[in-house]
Design a protein around this ligand. Structure first.
Ligand code: HEC
Ligand code: HEC
Length: 414
């Protein structure tokens, strides 16, 4: 091939710039093909239609503090437009929190020991697994959750929406009056749901609108109607939008050379699509990536056993659901505990985890913990990948092509 090229150049049949253009065009074609082969879809192929009136009332419920026991916290206190539908802080701050983003850290409040997840693509076609540890998981065809065989819905997003209002520290304030609500059983949650539903029925705007949208009498509104409406809002508002990558794949849109080369790495030797695959950039399965743990941790004292909390299977210890990457440039900080502020560090942390660890400042227990996670990571395909600074910049540039805006603006609730 090289000789042919040189000969053509020598006899002046093609100019070197024309050849560069051909080579660039080939790289683009290879990337397009790799993206399609990986299960990428046109944005609207992931959409599930939602009734407009249900979306509207779902938005009001999402912005309402009435769904928290002490009327202090709304879904929109933590899922904020400005932070890409997350909250911009390391571990979430729930009840007794005030303000948005870093203000919440300054003012204090109850800490939820995980990073707030954003909503992009959630509940679209095939998106059936929720939370960092997949505690709501319908990938088997049945919704598995802490409701056991009493799941309130066969729609995993509707089941997921049931959880935050019953979570201590997230929307249920941690006080002696709420001690009885900490039982974490279905009866306790049901009683709480009934109390919250009564507030919605009594609300002069949300009550009648929800009844109308669900075609039930006002007094017959159930908590399921509330959660169906919120799920409908999330599904609609954060549905996959037309990104520059969609334009590139389907409408001959352009990418910069850096974005394109980052894409070739993402779909090629970077190995990213082993896990970040398909239209949401996640296989919705669970892996150990030894990001530094920040905060108290789901299991306490700086430990988060991840998926193990759900399955109690040894093989699942420390495993975390592959996070989707749509709009990832807007959702910092990263990782299940929000320990990484920079997107480049999050990328490099997969292949060079010790770079971000200071063993001297860790306790013996923390170090032991890290050894366990490194042992599991060492057996994964990530171990052995070497990444240059240019590779990391390319991958960052590529991920920047996955940006789009939500359909509606969420009201600020602080
Ligand atoms: C205190 C901040 C906070 C509030 C308030 C809050 N969330 Fe979240 N949300 C989080 C955090 C943190 C996570 C990740 C938790 C985990 O995976 O363990 C999350 C995850 C989710 C997820 C899963 C997303 C995914 O990728 O799987 C859904 C759905 C969700 N929240 C919906 C809601 C709804 C609906 C409300 C209101 C009823 C709400 N949240 C209120 C912080 C909050
Ligand atoms: C073996 C599966 C696997 C591979 C391969 C993989 N990732 Fe990840 N990725 C994960 C998991 C799991 C997490 C979450 C880890 C955690 O929170 O503890 C993650 C987190 C991330 C995050 C942070 C997202 C967020 O919202 O917090 C980014 C960005 C990311 N990966 C990009 C990449 C890129 C780029 C590549 C290729 C170089 C890659 N990943 C390869 C599994 C993988």
């Amino acid at each position: 091939m090289r000789y042919v090229t040189e000969a053509l150049l020598a006899i002046g049949l093609v100019s070197s710039s024309a050849l560069t253009t051909v080579a660039e065009g080939m790289r683009e074609a290879v990337l397009r093909e790799a993206i399609l082969a990986n299960g990428f879809l046109p944005a609207n192929a992931t959409h599930i239609g939602q009734p407009e009136d249900l979306v509207e009332i779902g938005k009001l419920l999402f912005e309402s503090r009435l769904l928290s026991f002490d009327r202090g916290t709304a879904c929109a206190s933590c899922h904020v437009d400005r932070f890409g539908s997350a909250d911009g802080i390391v571990n979430a701050i729930g009840t007794e929190g005030e303000g948005l983003g870093f203000e919440r850290v300054m003012k204090g409040g109850d800490i939820v020991p995980r990073n707030t997840l954003p909503f992009w693509g959630r509940g679209g076609v095939g998106f059936d697994t929720f939370f960092w540890d997949g505690k709501v998981d319908a990938s088997s065809g049945v919704v598995l959750s802490q409701f056991g065989d009493r799941a309130p819905s066969i729609d995993p997003l509707v089941v997921a929406v049931h959880l935050p209002p019953a979570e201590i520290g997230e929307m249920v304030i941690d006080r002696w009056e709420t001690q009885s609500l900490q039982a974490e059983d279905v009866e306790t949650a049901t009683a709480l749901y009934e109390m919250l539903t009564a507030r919605i029925r009594d609300d002069p705007i949300m009550g009648p609108n929800l009844a109308a949208a669900r075609q039930v009498e006002l007094e017959d509104i159930q908590f399921l109607d509330v959660t169906e409406a919120i799920a409908s809002f999330i599904r609609f508002n954060y549905r996959v939008g037309q990104t520059r990558l969609h334009d590139f794949v389907y409408n001959s849109g352009e990418l910069s050379n850096e974005e394109r080369d980052g894409g070739l790495l993402f779909y090629g030797s970077g190995g990213c699509t082993t896990c970040h695959s398909g239209p949401y950039f996640s296989d919705l399965k669970y892996y150990v990536v030894p990001f530094v743990q920040a905060g108290f941790g789901r299991n306490g004292f700086g430990v988060d056993y991840g998926r193990f909390n759900v399955t109690l299977r040894e093989a699942d210890r420390y495993a975390i659901r592959t996070p989707p990457l749509l709009n990832v440039t807007r959702t910092a900080p990263y990782g299940h505990s929000g320990s990484i502020f920079d997107l480049g560090d999050a990328i490099r942390g997969h292949v060079d985890p010790l770079r971000y660890v200071d063993p001297e400042s860790m306790t013996e227990n923390d170090r032991n913990e890290l050894y366990q996670r490194l042992r599991l990571w060492a057996a994964s395909p990530l171990n052995g990948i070497v990444m240059s600074d240019d590779d990391v910049s390319g991958l960052k540039a590529f991920l920047g092509t996955l940006t789009y805006d939500s359909a509606m603006q969420v009201k600020i609730v602080d």
